[in-house]
Design a binder for this molecule. Structure first.
Ligand SMILES: Cc1cc2nc3c(=O)[nH]c(=O)nc-3n(C[C@H](O)[C@H](O)[C@H](O)COP(=O)(O)OP(=O)(O)OC[C@H]3O[C@@H](n4cnc5c(N)ncnc54)[C@H](O)[C@@H]3O)c2cc1C
Ligand SMILES: *[C@@H]1O[C@H](CO)[C@@H](O)[C@H](O)[C@H]1NC(C)=O
Ligand SMILES: *[C@@H]1O[C@H](CO)[C@@H](O)[C@H](O)[C@H]1NC(C)=O
Ligand SMILES: *[C@@H]1O[C@H](CO)[C@@H](O)[C@H](O)[C@H]1NC(C)=O
Length: 606
């Protein structure tokens, strides 16, 4: 490549001197910033950049369902996540062992007649799809179909970024200010420490009036317990086991709050902020200044994005019609391109653009722009499982939320987030969840701080309409310990469930111990159950922030793609470790932090 060095350098400095980012850009629309993806990562960021006066293009593959009650009203979250209007189906693997994955009770198959088969005994000739992992392609991303649960990472999940990069702005104490910036608290009187009241993200809690019911043994105590603020500012929170009130990103009337609200408010603002949103537009690759690619000693520079225009172009979209393509178009960014496609699509888009592991890109003849072996690796997720039992009568209490530490946890920190109530939650498949009847009762468990992040997102082709191959490799490292923690939690919760009084008792367990815990349902048997049946839906960490000396680091502490100019990744893929129990609020905090960092950098250059 050395022979190209001199002309390339001359060309690139000439380009930098002119206003247009590349010679062929005359006809392309140009913005200061281009953000790909409008979820918790990209949505708030794009709005903030525009509010700071920078012309910003927000590219979103889906449409806008902000007025659709299925999305706007939080109680319909299961319907929303099943809705073909916005659903992107990824079919994932949980391990490298196909035989093991086939034991996942909700493995899904394509029958060939336009229907799915879900289960362990597929009809002949059915084609294996895998384990469904829903994502939402819509303005606001997965925050438009999720359950809206809002919780904070453990302090150490932020602090580890300080340790890795030396950037103290990631200190948990500092990160709290971003919650205060975005929150519009609707459940605490004004002035609660660590909370915000003027932001765009409404937070509220469940109606817990049931706990004040005089028929309960000690109604005041019950109500106080379930009313504890899950987002309370408390240095000792991570070491506290307690009941809490579940907080959701929704207002007190149950209307969903998400980046969708903020984007729409930004567009509608009379101030006329320079935000342009292109819906039904699939980003296919990041464009680079050709004079900076493949040249020794020159840092490749991102200058724009190529897109394919039209709805349902991505093959994860169940409405995609085979062979459909849209016109290609290019947009240019004067300042930067920011990739916020989520933990599956951000690494895919980087790889399609030539940024990723050298060998993987070579396999698909993708021109290498920057060898970064960490792109698409380090995929992590919270392990989830549930204890499900059938009562003798319907259970009428509301949700009970509990964060606790199992006795076998590796440190002093709580390791289980659970909520119990008259519902069932057993993972994801087309048509989830199963209704087991009016007496169903579950404790759903989210395990915190998984010891393994050995999952990956890898290309199957260079076609941007294809889905990547996703394998979580659950329990690859420290699996025995994490499974033992889940089993310990189930044993504790089972005791609590079985302490219920009449008329609900006795309850008959469906899983993990069918019929109840007996000599057959040992801890080993339960561990085997969770090993095969654990599920997840909080994927993160596939473009992780890391230190200068870390070969697998994809981003620096300011979200900059390492070794590339003008390109950042801002979404759940940036977290080096799984952020607590639920990533949605942490990702929105990360998004407005990124906006602050990017705007500060831009102001310095002006
Ligand atoms: C069913 C379900 C329930 C959940 N429940 C909760 C919960 O209760 N609480 C919680 O905290 N978390 C929950 N989560 C997880 C949480 O919603 C996600 O972690 C969060 O939305 C991640 O934000 P993100 O910005 O990284 O990605 P996403 O939310 O996935 O947003 C990415 C956006 O980018 C767009 N995009 C991707 N690729 C392209 C491309 N090439 N071109 C154009 N656009 C593109 C997508 O259409 C999407 O809108 C849930 C997730 C699911 C699936
Ligand atoms: C950060 O490093 C310090 C000093 O090595 C260590 O004590 C601490 O546990 C680390 N914190 C995290 C979150 O990794
Ligand atoms: C209190 O509990 C009783 C018995 O479960 C129930 O019938 C009644 O509706 C409850 N009242 C309220 C206000 O929830
Ligand atoms: C890559 O290019 C080579 C040489 O042109 C070709 O033989 C091969 O089929 C290509 N591979 C892919 C995956 O396109």
């Amino acid at each position: 490549m050395r022979y190209r060095l001199l002309p390339a350098l001359v060309a690139s400095s000439a380009l930098r001197a002119s206003a247009a980012p590349s010679a062929s850009s005359d006809s392309a629309e140009t913005y200061d910033y281009i953000v790909v993806g409008s979820g918790p990562g990209g949505g708030p960021l794009a709005a903030e950049l525009a509010r700071a006066g920078y012309s910003t293009l927000l590219i979103e593959a889906g449409g806008d369902e902000g007025d659709n009650p299925t999305y706007a009203e939080i109680p319909w979250f299961n319907e929303a996540a099943n809705d073909e209007l916005t659903r992107w189906d990824f079919w994932v693997k949980h391990s490298d062992d196909p035989e093991q994955d086939l034991k996942f009770a909700h493995t899904t198959w394509d029958t060939g007649d336009g229907t799915f088969y879900v289960g362990l005994d597929p009809p002949e000739h059915a084609k294996l799809l895998g384990i469904q992992y829903p994502r939402a392609a819509v303005l606001g991303g997965c925050a438009m179909h999720n359950a809206g649960v809002c919780s904070m990472p453990a302090d150490d999940d932020w602090n580890i970024i300080v340790n890795k990069t030396g950037d103290t702005s990631w200190d948990a104490k500092n990160m709290r200010k971003y919650l205060m910036q975005i929150e519009r608290n609707e459940y605490l009187p004004p002035g609660a420490p660590g909370h915000g009241y003027d932001g765009w993200l409404a937070t509220s809690i469940q109606d817990s009036s049931w706990a004040r019911n005089d028929s309960l043994p000690d109604p005041d105590e019950a109500a106080d317990l379930v009313n504890r603020d899950l987002l309370e500012l408390d240095d000792k929170a991570d070491e506290t086991s307690s009941f809490y009130s579940m907080v959701t990103h929704a207002d007190a009337r149950g209307m969903r709050a998400s980046p969708n609200n903020y984007i729409r408010a930004t567009l509608a603002d009379p101030a006329g902020y320079p935000l342009t949103v292109k819906l039904h537009t699939l980003a296919t690759r990041v464009l680079f200044d050709p004079a900076t690619v493949g040249v020794d000693g020159v840092v490749p520079r991102a200058i724009g994005v190529e897109v394919m225009e039209g709805p349902s172009l991505y093959k994860a979209d169940p409405k995609h019609v085979k062979g459909t393509k849209g016109p290609l178009k290019q947009f240019h960014a004067k300042r930067e391109v920011i990739v916020s496609g989520g933990a599956f699509n951000s690494p895919q888009l980087l790889k399609l653009s030539g940024i990723g592991p050298r060998d993987e890109l070579a396999k698909f003849n993708i021109t290498l722009v920057k060898h970064l072996p960490g792109v698409g690796e380090n995929l992590g997720d919270n392990y989830e499982g549930s204890i499900l039992a059938m009562g003798s009568a319907p259970v009428e209490t509301g949700l009970i939320t509990l964060l606790f530490r199992t006795p076998n946890a590796p440190n002093k920190k709580r390791n289980i987030y659970t909520w119990c109530g008259a519902f069932s939650f057993e993972g994801f498949w087309p048509g989830f969840p199963t209704y087991h009847g009016p007496t169903q009762y579950s404790c759903a468990m989210v395990h915190l701080a998984p010891k393994s992040q050995a999952g990956s997102v890898r290309l199957v082709s260079a076609d941007p309409q294809d889905k990547p191959e996703i394998n979580f490799r659950f329990f690859e490292h420290g699996g025995k310990e994490d499974l033992a923690e889940l089993v310990s939690a189930a044993n504790i919760l089972r005791e609590a469930i079985n302490a219920a009084g009449e008329p609900v008792a006795p309850l008959v367990e469906k899983h993990p111990c069918p019929g109840g815990k007996d000599e057959k349902c040992t801890d080993e048997a339960q561990a085997e159950f969770f090993k095969l049946q654990a599920y997840s839906h909080h994927a993160t960490s596939t473009c992780a922030i890391g230190g200068d000396d870390d070969e697998m680091a994809v981003l620096d502490s300011k979200f900059r793609v390492r070794g590339v100019a003008g390109l950042r990744v801002v979404d759940a893929s940036a977290f080096p470790v799984v952020p607590g129990a639920f990533p949605s609020c942490p990702t929105m905090m990360l998004s407005v932090k990124a906006a602050e960092d990017i705007i500060a950098e831009a102001k310095k250059q002006e």
